[in-house]
Design a protein around this ligand. Structure first.
Ligand code: DGJ
Length: 740
C-alpha cells in the first residue's frame, strides 16, 4: 500500500512487515523518514504522520544539515558526502551578472518536488523485453515521485515498485533532459539508502575464478567502502548483493536484516558509507569509473533497479525473501514451462576440446541410461575450435568433429528422450578465426595500440549494432536448425582495452547488447532455456536471471569447495537456478578425490547436472549414478521450490546442514555435509524448521528405506540424531514426508 498525506506531504509505503517513509520538506526536498520493521499488530491506518514542517534538518546549522538524509543525494548545497547523482551541465544558460564568468560546466544539482503518481505496470530500465511471463502475474503498485531542478529542465523521477509479500521494494530513477542543453552524468546510482545508525555489519561475498561466492562478514569503518565490478560483466570477485544489520542484533534466523541486490550485469558499484554520525548510507548503481551517460535535449534514461528489502528473520529470512522474489517475479516462465529444471549432462570435463561424433553419442546414450533429461555439448563443436586458440566467433558446426553434421547427434539425443543444448560464447572472437579475419575492426581496441588477448581471445564491440545483429542472426539460425533447447552462454575474459565506437558508453552498451540478443532469442523461441556462465560464476545477478533460467556458479566442481561456494550463492539466489554438477572422482582443478555420495549430496542441493566422464565408468558405477538421479527426481520439487534454511553454516562446525521445506510443511529435504571434523567434538543435532508440529514425518534415504520417524515437533526441537561417526567428507541427503 502506498499512502500520501497531503497535509504533511508524507509518503508511507507499507509492506507485509516493514515500512518505508519520506516527506517533502518546506523547500520541496525529499527527506527520508525511515525504513524498517513494522509492529506485528500494525494496520494500514498506522503510518508515520511526518512533521508539519520538517524540523530537525531545517536548523540552519551546517553540522546538522550536512547529514540530512535526502532520498536522492545530489552534489551541491550543503553536503559533501557521496551522492546518488552527480551531473555536469556543460552549457547551462544561467542568468549571469555583467562580467560574471559562467564557471562551466555547472556541476551542482538541486532537485525539488514536482508531484507524484501511483501506477501499475511501471518497469525499471533494462527490464526483460522477451515477452515471457513471470510466475506471479498480479500487478504491482509503483510510486513515481517527480523532482525538478529549478534552473535547468532536468527531471528526476524516483520510482518505488512494491512487492509487499516479500517486504521488497524495487528502486530506480528516471532521468529526463527537457532542456535545450546536453547533460552528462558523472555518477548515476539507481538509488541511495539510509539505514539506521550503527547498521554496520555487512554480509557479502568475494572471491575469484574457481572460488566465487565466498561468504564474508565484516564491520564497516567510517568512510566509504566499495563493492564493485569494473568489467563488462558482473564479475567473479564480488557479487552485487548485500545484507546489513546491527552487530550482535541479527543471526541466521533472528534479528532485523536489510538486504539488496542489483538487477544489472555490467560495471556496477555499491558504495557503503558510514558517516561520522554512524548513520549508514548505501549508494548502488553504475560504476562511475570510465563512465559516460549523456542526455541530449529531449532524451530520457531509465536506470535498472536496485531491489531492497527488510527481513525480521535474520540472514535466512533475507535469503528466503530474495529466493521467492526471484522465483516469482524475476525468472522467465514460458507458458509450456516444465515445472522443474531438468537433470543436465555437460560434456566439458569429459571431453574438453577432444570432441568427436562417436564420443558424444556414447556420452549421450550413457547419460540417457542414467536418467539425464538435457544433453549439452560444451566448447569445441564449431569452426576450427580444436583448442582455445582458434575458431571462437565462427558459430558453424565443424565437419572435422561432426562429419555427418550435428543433426545426427541431435536426432540421437531426441530419440533417447533428452533435449539438446549447446555451449556458446557469443561476445568473443579468437584472432585466429574467419570472423576476425573478415572484420578485424569489430573488436574492442584502441586504434594504433596492440590488441591484448586473454585466453587467446578478444571481445566483440557490442557498441556496433551490426555486431549485435550478426551474433543474434547466427544464434537464431542455430536454434532453428538444430532444435536447440538450451544455450550455455559463456564469457571468458575481462575487458582491459575497452576502445569502442560507443566511447565510454560501451560499459552500458555491451550489457544492453547481451540483454537484447537474449531477449530476442527467447521471444523468437519461447522454448529455449539459457544458462548464464562467465568462466564459472562471473555473471550472476538479477538482471541476468530476468532472461536466463539458471547459472553456472563455478568451474570448481570439487564438492569440498563447492559446498562453500553454494552457501555463498544461496545468500541471494535460489536453488532452482544453481546448476551443480557431479564430476569425476578426482577433481580437475583441485586434484582432490572425493566419494560419489558426497559429490551427489552437494550437487543435489541445486539443479543437478552431471559432468563426469561417463564413458570411463563401469556399469556398476553408472547404476549408482542412476539411483542418485532417481532419488533427486523425487526430492527435486522440494529442493527447487522449497524454502531454504541454513541449519548449520560452515563458519560454525565446518559443517553445512541445510533444509528445503515446502511452504505447507508437508515435505522437506535434509542435507548434511561435513567439511572437517575434530575428534571429540560432538556437533549438536541441527533442528529442523518449517514443519508442522502435529504431523508425523517419515525420513527416507536414497534407497527409499525409512531410517527415522518422528513428529514435526520432535524434529524441530531435537532434530535428526547426528551421525555417530563424523569424518571429513561425511554427507547424507534425507527426504522427509508427512504421513499423518
Ligand atoms: C568456461 C566454463 O565455465 C566451463 O564450464 C567451460 O564451458 C569452458 N569455459 C569452455 O571453454
Amino acid at each position: 500500500m502506498i499512502h500520501f498525506n497531503s497535509e504533511t506531504r508524507t509518503f508511507n509505503l507499507l509492506l507485509r512487515s516493514s515500512y518505508y517513509a519520506f516527506q517533502v520538506d518546506a523547500d520541496g526536498r525529499l527527506i527520508h523518514l525511515g525504513w524498517g520493521p513494522r509492529p506485528q499488530d500494525a494496520s494500514g491506518e498506522d503510518q508515520i504522520s511526518g512533521k508539519p514542517v520538517f524540523e530537525p534538518y531545517n536548523i540552519p546549522w551546517s553540522f546538522i544539515t550536512q547529514f540530512r538524509p535526502d532520498e536522492v543525494l545530489t552534489f551541491g548545497e550543503i553536503t559533501s558526502f557521496y551522492p546518488t547523482l552527480k551531473v555536469s551541465f556543460p552549457g547551462l544558460p544561467v542568468p549571469l551578472k555583467e562580467g560574471e564568468s559562467p564557471h562551466l560546466p555547472l556541476r551542482d544539482l538541486r532537485l525539488r518536488y514536482a508531484g507524484y503518481e501511483i501506477v501499475t505496470g511501471a518497469k525499471p530500465g533494462l527490464a526483460p523485453a522477451h515477452g515471457l511471463p513471470v510466475r506471479e502475474l498480479s500487478p504491482r503498485e509503483t510510486l513515481r515521485v517527480r523532482l525538478q531542478d529549478p534552473l535547468q529542465s532536468l527531471y528526476v523521477t524516483l520510482c518505488y515498485r512494491l512487492d509487499p509479500e516479500h517486504d521488497i521494494i524495487e528502486r530506480w530513477c528516471e532521468l529526463e533532459n527537457a532542456g535545450q542543453q546536453p547533460v552528462s552524468f558523472d555518477i548515476c546510482c539507481f538509488a541511495s539508502l539510509h539505514l539506521p545508525n550503527g547498521t554496520n555489519e555487512l554480509t557479502s561475498v568475494s572471491g575469484t575464478w574457481a572460488r566465487e561466492f565466498t561468504p564474508q562478514r565484516q564491520r564497516l569503518s567510517q568512510g566509504v567502502q566499495m563493492m564493485e565490478s569494473r568489467n563488462l560483466q558482473t564479475g567473479h570477485n564480488s557479487n552485487p548483493f548485500f545484507m546489513l544489520n546491527r552487530p550482535g542484533q541479527a543471526w541466521e534466523e533472528s534479528g532485523v536484516v536489510y538486504f539488496g541486490a542489483l538487477a544489472y550485469s555490467g560495471a556496477w558499484q555499491i558504495a557503503l558509507e558510514q558517516l561520522p554520525t554512524l548513520d549508514i548510507r548505501l549508494h548502488a548503481g553504475y560504476h562511475p569509473f570510465d563512465f559516460q551517460l549523456d542526455l541530449a535535449p529531449g532524451e530520457r534514461h531509465v536506470t535498472p533497479a536496485l531491489v531492497i528489502g527488510v527481513s525480521l528473520q535474520g540472514w535466512g529470512g533475507a535469503s528466503r525473501r530474495l529466493h521467492d522474489f526471484v522465483r516469482r517475479h524475476v525468472l522467465p516462465c514460458p507458458p509450456q514451462d516444465a515445472q522443474w529444471r531438468p537433470v543436465l549432462y555437460n560434456s566439458w570435463e569429459a571431453t574438453y576440446f577432444n570432441l568427436s561424433f562417436e564420443n558424444q553419442v556414447e556420452l549421450a546414450r550413457k547419460a540417457a541410461s542414467i536418467g539425464v533429461e538435457l544433453f549439452c555439448v560444451d566448447d569445441g563443436w564449431f569452426g576450427a575450435r580444436r583448442s582455445d586458440t582458434a575458431g571462437l566467433g565462427d558459430w558453424v558446426v565443424s565437419p572435422d568433429v561432426f562429419p555427418g553434421g550435428l543433426e545426427l547427434l541431435v536426432d540421437e539425443v531426441h530419440r533417447l528422450g533428452m533435449q539438446f543444448g549447446l555451449w556458446v560464447e557469443p561476445e568473443m572472437v579468437n584472432p585466429d578465426s574467419d570472423l576476425y579475419r573478415l572484420h578485424p575492426d569489430w573488436v574492442l581496441h584502441f586504434p594504433g595500440r596492440p590488441r591484448t588477448t586473454a585466453r587467446n581471445q578478444l571481445i566483440l564491440d557490442f557498441g556496433r549494432t551490426e555486431v549485435v545483429e550478426h551474433i543474434f542472426s547466427l544464434l537464431d539460425a542455430l536454434v532453428e536448425r538444430y532444435s536447440i533447447a538450451f544455450f550455455k552462454w559463456d564469457m571468458n575474459r575481462l575487458a582491459t582495452e575497452p576502445g569502442s565506437v560507443a566511447g565510454k558508453a560501451i560499459w552500458r552498451r555491451h550489457v544492453e547488447g547481451v540483454y537484447r540478443i537474449m531477449d530476442r532469442l527467447r521471444q523468437q523461441h519461447p522454448g529455449l532455456d539459457i544458462q548464464t556462465c562467465s568462466g564459472g560464476g562471473g555473471r550472476i545477478d538479477l538482471g541476468m536471471f530476468g532472461r536466463t533460467d539458471q547459472a553456472w556458479v563455478s568451474d570448481n566442481t570439487d564438492a569440498f569447495d563447492r559446498v562453500r561456494i553454494q552457501e555463498g550463492f544461496s545468500l541471494a539466489y535460489p536453488a532452482c537456478c544453481m546448476e551443480a554438477w557431479v564430476t569425476h572422482e578426482k577433481n580437475h582443478i583441485t586434484q582432490r578425490v572425493t566419494p560419489l555420495n558426497l559429490r551427489f549430496d552437494v550437487a543435489m542441493r541445486g539443479a543437478l547436472g552431471i559432468g563426469s566422464s561417463l564413458n570411463e565408468l563401469s556399469q556398476a558405477e553408472l547404476a549408482e549414478y542412476a539411483s542418485f538421479i532417481q532419488f533427486y527426481k523425487m526430492i527435486r520439487p522440494v529442493v527447487q521450490a522449497g524454502e531454504l534454511y541454513r541449519l548449520e553454516r560452515l563458519e560454525e562446525f565446518d559443517a553445512s546442514v541445510i533444509e528445503y521445506v515446502l511452504p505447507d510443511g508437508s515435505e522437506a529435504v535434509y542435507s548434511e555435509v561435513l567439511r572437517d571434523h575434530q575428534v571429540g567434538v560432538f556437533r549438536p543435532a541441527a533442528l529442523l524448521k518449517g514443519l508442522q508440529s502435529r504431523l508425523v514425518y517419515m525420513v527416507l534415504d536414497r534407497s527409499n528405506t525409512e531410517v527415522y520417524r518422528a513428529t514435526g515437533y520432535e524434529l524441530m526441537v531435537q532434530g535428526i540424531p547426528p551421525a555417530m561417526l563424523d569424518y571429513p567428507g561425511y554427507s547424507r541427503t534425507l527426504y522427509l514426508r508427512a504421513v499423518q
